[in-house]
Ligand binder design. Sequence first.
Ligand code: GAL
Length: 684
Amino acid sequence: MKKPVADKQFELGVCYYPEHWPEDMWEDDYRRMVETGFTIVRMGEFAWSIFEPEEGSYQFGMFDRAIDLAHRHGLKVVLGTPTATPPAWLTEKYPEVLNVTYEGVTLQHGMRRHYNYSSPKYRELCAGIVSQMASHYGSHPGVAGWQIDNELNCEINEFYSESDHNAFREWLQRKYVTLEKLNEAWGAVFWNQSYTSWSQVYLPRPTPVPKQPNPHQALDEKRFISDNTISFAKIQADIIRAQAPDQWVTTNGLFGHLDSHELQDELLDFFSYDSYPQFSSIYYDPNEKNPLGDRSWSLSLSVVRSISSNYCIMEQQSGPGGWVNRMDMPSPKPGQMRLWTYQSIAHGADMVLYFRWRTATMGNEIYWHGLNDYHNLPNRRVREAAGIGRELAAAGKAIIGTRAEASVAILRDYDNEWDGEYDIWHGPFMWTSNKEWFKALQRQHIPTDIVYLRSKTTAKELARYQVLVYPHPAIMTDDTAAVLDEYVQQGGTLIFGCRTGYKDSRGQCYMRAFPGAAKELCGITVEEFTTVKGNRAPTSITWTHGDEALTGADAFNDILQVEQDTVEVMGRYATDYYAGKPAVTRNKRGKGEVWYYGAVFNEEAALRIIGSLNISSPAADWLELPAEVELQIRRSDTTSLTFLLNYNEASAEIVLKEPRTDLLTGQELSGKYTMEGFGVLVLQ
Ligand code: GAL
C-alpha cells in the first residue's frame, strides 16, 4: 500500500539547511516558519560529512537537535539521504566512486553529483549512511518521510567509469545472453562492429566524429542508465522501508535517462518534483510562436501527475534564481509565487515546500534566493508565502486527495524519448509537437493528461480518454499497435504525426511500408518523405474541410497515399513538387478514428484538428474564459474544484453563467468577474 502525500491537511513547507546557520538562529527560524503557515521542513540532503565526518564514525548530534526542535514547534521533517554529495574523505580514499565523462575525464570533489551509481564501493558506503540514518530516525515522531538522494540524474546523466562499463556489460549479458543476439540487436555487421568476446563490449566511447556511437547501442545505454539508477535508489528505499516502516519514501525528480514511472511503481510512495517556472524567462526559443512562458510548466506538472496522481513539490520557486555564473533568473513579480504555487496544486500537488527558507550566504547558490533575504528582515516574499499559508490552512483540506481530470491525453514513451535523443530524424519533433498541442489545448481550456505508454498499458486504461495524441512514435511494436487499435475500435480517437511506426524496439527500421506497425490503423502508406529545413522553402497544408485554411507543414513532410476506403483526406500539401498529395488523413475504424498528420505539429494545425473533434472545455456550459487563463479541474466523488490561473500581469475578464464559490476567499461569484493580474480562483 502506498502512503498518501497528505491525509489530514495540505502540507506547506520549506527547505531548510540547519548546518548553514548558527544554531542560535534555528528557534527563531522555526517560530517564523510556523507563523508563515508551514507544517513541514526538508533537511539533511547534502550533509553527509556532518553525519559521518570520518568513515564509519556516525554523529547525529546536530541533526538530533535540529529535528527535535522542529518537532517541538510542530513541524514535520522530511529527511534527505545525503548521497548526492559524497564527503571529500570518501572520494579521496575510494576514487573509483567518481563519475567519468564520455571523453574520459574523472569528475572530482568540489560541486555535487560527481559519483557513479555502479561502483560497488559507493553502493556499500551509501547503504552504510542510509541505514545508520534510518535506524536512528526511523521511529522519530517528528520525521514524516524520506527523500532519496537529490534529483537523480540532474546535472549529469551519463556515466563512464570502469564500474559503469562493467555493469553495462553485465546488464547486456542478462538481456541478450549470447553475443550473437547482441550483435544482431546492435546491427553490428554494419561497419564491422561485430563482437567476438564480451570483453570487447563497452558503453559508447569516443569516436572519430564526436559522439557518433552505434545508435542501437546508444538506445541500450539509456535503458541501462535508467535500470541502474533505479537499482541504486532501491538499495536506499529497501533500507528505509525496513527500518522506518511508518515513514514515507519519495524522491525529487524528472530528469533524463530515467523511467520515473518504474521508479515510482517499484520504490516510492509518491513522486516529488522541483518546480522553477522562472526558467522560462531565460531558457526559451526566440523563434517560437506564441509561447506559454511560465504556463508551460503545467506540461511538466502533467508529466509528474502521470507518475503519481497526487505529488509533492519538494522545491517551489520562491525568489530570483541563479548560481554564481549561470541561470540568472529575474525575481518573481508580486503574486507570481502564489500563482505558481496554485499551478502546482491545480495539477495534483498535495504538499508544497518552497526552496528555500533563507538565501545562502556562501557557495554556488548565493543568488538562488529563498523566501528570506540574507538580512533576514521582513520582506514581500515571506508576506506572500504567509498569505498562501493562511489560504491553504483553511482551504487545503478540501483539495488534498482530489485528482486532476482530463479527457484528452498526449502519449509518450521512454523508448522514443531515449532513441530520439540521438536520432534527430524524429526525436526533436516529439518535444515540439507536445508543446504545440499543449498550447492549443491550454488556450481552448481543455485539460490534458500525459500518459506514458508502457509494456503493461492496456486499452482499458486508455479508454477513459476521448482523444489521444501520439505525435511521432518512430519506435512502435506490433503489440503496442494492437493496444492502440483496441482503444480505437472501442470508440477512441487517436492522432499521429509524421515519422510514426517505422522502427522496431531495437531502433532498427522495419522492412515495411511506413508507417510500419501503424499502417493498418492509419489506412495509409507514406509514399515518400523529406525534411523541410535549411534553404528548403517552407511548405504548407490546405485543409480540405470548411474554409480551406492554410497552415504550415513544419520540419518534415510525409507524403501520404490512401490505402483503405475508410480513409478521408482532411488536408493536402499546398506547395512543392508534392502539392495536391494527401498530408492529413482520417481513418474511421471500428467505433473510433485514427488521424495521420504528415508533418510536425504547430498550434494552428492542432487547432484545426481540435475543431473537427467533439471536444471542448469541460466548463464551457457555465464559464467563459480568455485564452490567457488556465483551467484545471481536480475532482473526487464528492467535490469538483475548478482552478483558474491568470498568467498575465494584467487583469482578465471572465464570465460565470452560474454562481460559484471561491474556495480561497469564500466569496460567491457570478456574472462578469475581473481576475487580478497573476490571480487565482478555485471555484466550487
Ligand atoms: C535544485 C536542487 C537544489 C538547489 C536548487 C537551486 O535543482 O535540488 O538543491 O540546487 O535546484 O539550484
